[in-house]
Write a protein that binds this ligand. Structure first.
Ligand code: HEM
Length: 717
């Protein structure tokens, strides 16, 4: 027997240095004997050692004890936030050298592919919660550069709820399930969250984003990412500029609707995880462009807001986003726990050429991540876990601790030393030694924020007013839903008051849905601040003082809608379907890069009217329209008759229509569709003879993503 294991995918042949780096740690059991952790071959893994066939188990049974003990310790604490996530390997390539701005080596050479590991996550829910919760998505990228690991630990929303890290535990306590009954799971629609928010005017900009459809993405592959904070870039001459990082998805930014999100949570709670996994397995590698907004140091104070305030963004109209490179994810992890669960990000993992700012939220994060990983990953050596190791050498005088893997040789574990030739030695800046930017500091030691931080509503108003009408309606409904779940009326009223500061129409639309009136004055206390003289003063936030200039980049209505690549289309059919229409449509959809899946009343093979057969991908029991982007029904009398009599099929079409999706039908199926759908944009029907025309129109319709005008027709606002 060949005792050597076969190489796994990507191993030794992969151009990705990190993928190769993981190779020695991959275990493959094919053609191997079962052993203990000590390598002892096991002869019987069915029975514990007993005193007689019917006797008690013996303490001596080290095989049983080893197996059960390991099992008993298989779980580690889940992340305190962002517990649910999924990840993938890939690489990043810069388009052209960024040397004028940064000396970071991975941003110099367009021919270099830097390995990355990217973990997406929800924030609030536990590890087993649904992907489709209304929530912020984490977008954490670990670049394995030749100068060490650089982590860009961002979100899919460019701003944050709070300005200072000292409020983070309060925010998280408020939004997590309530402490007395651990409800609700993975949801912000409850009293403690809105109680906190209604007392925190600085959260209002973020609330606009989280109540928008950005918080229910169609796919992780179709959402933006943001570094959120202002960072610094430093070039070889030591010149610094400010930078905001963006990830722009090549597939555009798309979302589902809230009713759909709730249904997906039941039908497939792994919807995003599955979508990412399948896309990579199918070779449809997700891609994002890295964008930067660069602000020269001299311009630091030219904005109405403070660059150090994480509740503000820089409108793209003021500073355009320059796309500087592309990230491609092309390999799923081999093992969820070893890679996705054990990966440890930290915004403080930087490389020469990238530096931090005094943003008080960022400053707190710099402490928090390593600190929490000490308990989550069990000690100070989590950087030695394969997924966390840099691809460049690590040498220092740190030693020992739980689960230490490195065998440091020699007597020297201190510096300076003469016994080891004073090695490992410090690196000068021109040898890629990290030098913190020498920012001049002058200030009193105070617990305070700069005045510009207190303009809490202008950018909230900017976001709301930049939305299209359907987006505004979704935002209003999200607030009605969330506040509708709040039991204490005073919290609802305080929130309406707060919304009135953002936009009076928004407040009154939400109030109408709750059966409330817009109050004249916000109920305090708001941002209770204690000035240096010790007298408590109630801070009243500044109203929006200038007319808002809407920003097109903030509305998803303006995203790319130029194709249907990777979209999942249901072909709904029963026995007796029209084979020619079916094949023509399937071919056209697949040629356009979509996935066409056959959904039928049962599983197995489906027979066409001509007797040919096709494989059924899903039965109506195992699929639902909410799991697809669009639906097509081919003609064929008996197929259409069977579907018309099937309430699940009728519901399938009805829901696709309600969720504003493209629907197409040909031949006899036209009547079936017309019975469930009003004649409308995005509903394409025609005779079998016009199959080519129908397919072209259908593909164009799917690319539009959704037909919101259907909602607007029956929406009484
Ligand atoms: C702009 C604001 C913030 C962003 C964009 C952000 C983003 C993220 C992301 C993406 C993760 C998941 C990392 C992963 O996939 O493993 C994460 C985890 C975490 N964040 Fe933040 N976060 C923010 C603010 C904060 C603040 C202010 C704190 C604390 C002061 C904090 C503490 C944590 C902790 C403790 C974890 C869990 C880390 C782990 O267990 O490995 N975050 N954050």
């Amino acid at each position: 027997m060949n005792r050597r294991s076969k190489p796994t995918k990507g191993e030794s042949t992969s151009p990705n240095k990190k993928v190769n780096d993981l190779a020695p740690f991959r275990e493959k059991s094919a053609e191997e004997f079962l052993t203990t952790n000590q390598g002892l071959r096991i002869n019987d893994d069915q029975n514990s050692l007993k005193a007689g066939e019917r006797g008690p188990s013996l303490l001596e049974d080290f095989l049983l004890r080893e197996k059960i003990t390991h099992f008993d310790h298989e779980r580690i604490p889940e992340r305190i936030v962002h517990a649910r996530g999924e990840a993938a390997h890939g690489h990043f390539q810069v388009y052209e050298s960024m040397a004028p701005y940064t000396k970071a080596k991975f941003l110099q050479d367009p021919t270099v592919k830097t390995p990355v590991f990217v973990r997406f996550s929800t924030v609030v829910g536990s590890r087993g919660s649904s992907d489709l919760a209304r929530d912020v998505r984490g977008f954490a990228v670990k670049f394995y550069t030749e100068q060490g690991n650089y982590d860009l630990v961002g979100n899919n929303i460019p701003v944050f709820f709070i300005q200072d890290a000292v409020k983070f535990p309060d925010l998280v306590h408020a939004v997590k399930p309530e402490p007395h009954n651990e409800m609700p799971q993975a949801a912000s629609a409850h009293d403690t969250f809105w109680d906190f928010i209604s007392l925190m005017p600085e959260s209002m900009h973020m609330i606009m984003w989280v109540m928008s459809d950005r918080a229910i993405p169609r796919s992780l592959r179709m959402m933006e990412g943001f570094g959120v904070h202002t960072f610094r870039l430093i070039n070889a001459e030591g010149k610094s500029c400010f930078v905001k990082f963006h990830w722009k998805p090549m597939l555009g930014v798309h979302s589902v609707v809230w009713d759909e999100a709730q249904k997906i949570s039941g039908k497939d709670p792994d919807f995003h995880r599955r979508d990412l996994w399948e896309a990579i397995e199918n070779g449809d590698f997700p891609e994002w462009e890295l964008g930067v907004q660069i602000v020269e140091e001299k311009d630091e104070h030219k904005f109405d807001f403070d660059l150090l305030d994480a509740t503000k963004l820089i409108p793209e109209e003021l500073v355009p986003v320059r796309r500087i490179g592309k990230m491609t994810l092309n390999r799923n992890p081999d093992n969820f726990f070893a890679e996705t669960e054990q990966v440890a990000f930290n915004p403080g993992h930087v490389v020469p050429g990238i530096d931090l700012t005094n943003d008080p939220l960022l400053q707190g994060r710099l402490f928090s991540y390593t600190d929490t990983q000490l308990i989550r990953l069990g000690g100070p050596n989590s950087h030695e876990i394969p997924i966390n190791r840099p691809v460049c050498p690590v040498h220092n005088t740190q030693r020992d601790g739980h689960m230490r893997q490195t065998i440091n040789t020699g007597r020297v574990s201190y510096e300076p030393n003469s016994l080891g030739g004073n090695c490992p030695m410090q690196a000068k800046a021109d040898m890629a030694g990290f030098v913190s930017h020498a920012q001049r500091m002058d200030g009193s030691k105070v617990r305070a924020r700069s005045e510009k931080f207190f303009d809490h509503f202008s950018q909230a108003a900017l976001f709301y007013q930049s939305q299209s009408e359907p987006e505004k309606a979704h935002l209003v409904n999200a607030l009605r839903f969330e506040l509708g779940k709040v039991e204490v009326a005073a919290i609802q009223e305080r929130m309406i008051g707060m919304l009135a500061h953002v936009d009076r129409t928004l407040a009154s639309r939400v109030a109408q849905g709750l059966g409330l009136a817009v109050p004249n004055k916000i109920e305090g206390p708001l941002n209770l601040s204690i000035p240096a003289d010790g007298n408590a003063k109630e801070f009243q936030p500044k109203p929006v003082s200038k007319p808002v200039q809407p920003s097109a980049a903030l509305s998803m209505a303006n995203t790319i809608k130029d194709g249907i690549k990777t979209r999942k289309i249901a072909i709904l059919a029963a026995d007796g379907f029209d084979a020619a229409a079916f094949s023509a449509m399937k071919k056209a959809l697949e040629a356009a890069g979509a996935q066409a899946k056959v959904v039928a009343p049962r599983l197995g093979q489906l027979k066409s009217s001509e007797g040919t057969e096709v494989k059924i991908d899903f039965s109506l029991l195992t699929a639902s329209s909410v799991l697809f982007d669009a639906v097509y029904i081919p003609g064929g009398d008996s197929s259409v008759k069977a579907l018309t009599a099937n309430s699940d099929a009728v519901q399938f079409i009805g829901e696709a229509y309600k969720h504003c999706k493209a629907i197409a039908a040909s031949g006899a199926a036209r009547e079936f569709v017309n019975a469930s759908c009003l004649e409308d944009d995005g509903v394409i029907t025609g005779p079998d003879a016009e199959q080519g025309k129908i397919a072209t129109a259908f593909i164009k319709a799917i690319a539009q993503h959704r037909y919101w005008n259907r909602e607007m027709k029956d929406r009484a606002q």
